[in-house]
Write a protein that binds this ligand. Sequence first.
Ligand code: NDP
Length: 378
Amino acid sequence: FSVSCRKSSLQPEEAEAVGELRMRAWQTTGYDGVDGLLLGSVRVPPILLPRDVLVRVQAASVNPIDTAIINGYGGEVLNMMRTLGRLEQGILDDNQMEFPLTAGRDFAGEVVSVGQDVKSLAVSDRVFGVVSPQRQGSHAEFVTTAASNVCLMPNNINAEEAASVPYAALTAWSAVMVTGMLTPDAAPRSKVLLLGASGGVGTIICQLLSSWGAQVVGLCSSDALDLVTSLGVEALDYREPTTKDMLIAEGGFDLVINATGEDDLDYMKALKPWKGCSYITLSPPLLRNIDSMGLAAGLFKSARQVLCRNATSLSEGRAYKWAFYMPNPWALNQLAKMLASQRIRPVIDKIFPFTEAPEAYRYVIDGHARGKTVLSLS
Ligand code: NDP
């Protein structure tokens, strides 16, 4: 395949033959979960598009999506995206490159090579960023991604801290700003109820909203109360029998965001009625429906589910919405600035050596995250 390196910190002969260079990567050759993960020796992913960068990975986080993808979650849609990605690269075959599959959606590291059209980044830049889900992931020694998905790493944080942020924070941004339509200007007049405040996404939502001046109640387990309070929000134990009833009786919320993985529609009643207020879930059934029923039927079932849900909730003056991770170069830059100015800080639960990735995946699967789980390659 063609390699288009404008500048590279690899040895010249390495750069010319980057596709022949090998690296270690955690891969699966079937949807066998963690037991199917193998640390293999594979080719370093070449730069195939002129706006790509090749990054030597120093740290990468493990997100719940990684543990789901190695069990087949989203396989139908991801295969369609892989086909489109290969068409973009001018590869006209029906090989979807599904396997072997490397998970990992975000990373921090050092740029070692840039495509010919990349102007914003240079070799040796310390960066952090995300990888599109149709691409080979970041649980590897090198990753190739679009330069627009990458941003300079703030100097005040290390690679493990930087790697813990992008995917969860862009999901948080998307839930709050895009789906929730809550802007920094409106935040000081807004009251938000956050379920899952102690998790990877929740810890970022807490900090985003508190830095914008929103009034936030974050629900978490009792052992996470101190952590969530330290993120600038009011923390309540959701396991206390009175918590839910108290919040519903108090009401007056403009937004309820559920970042737990389990819907709890009772909390819709905590929203102000007839004020355009929304309950947002980060666990829509869309991809699961498409996995089990195919694209057309899955889309149809999902549309019906969201419409039915809204038929009930809209009649009570409240909306029910699905939120998704979205790549967003502008937001990634804003997040880098917020990290640099310490308006948000990385919250790391546990760091595992790269060689112990299966343990890290199991740790994430066990749940009860207190921030992020990170793989370190240094
Ligand atoms: P984490 O596993 O990091 O965090 C989940 C947190 O929720 C844990 O701290 C857990 O702690 C807590 N929790 C569980 N049950 C409750 C409850 N009933 N009330 C309050 N807190 C609870 O997940 P992430 O933050 O990374 O992601 C959150 C969810 O969003 C996941 O389901 C993930 O799959 C999904 N997601 C969806 C995306 C999309 O594009 N739609 C993108 C990214 C994430 P404990 O159990 O100890 O209380």
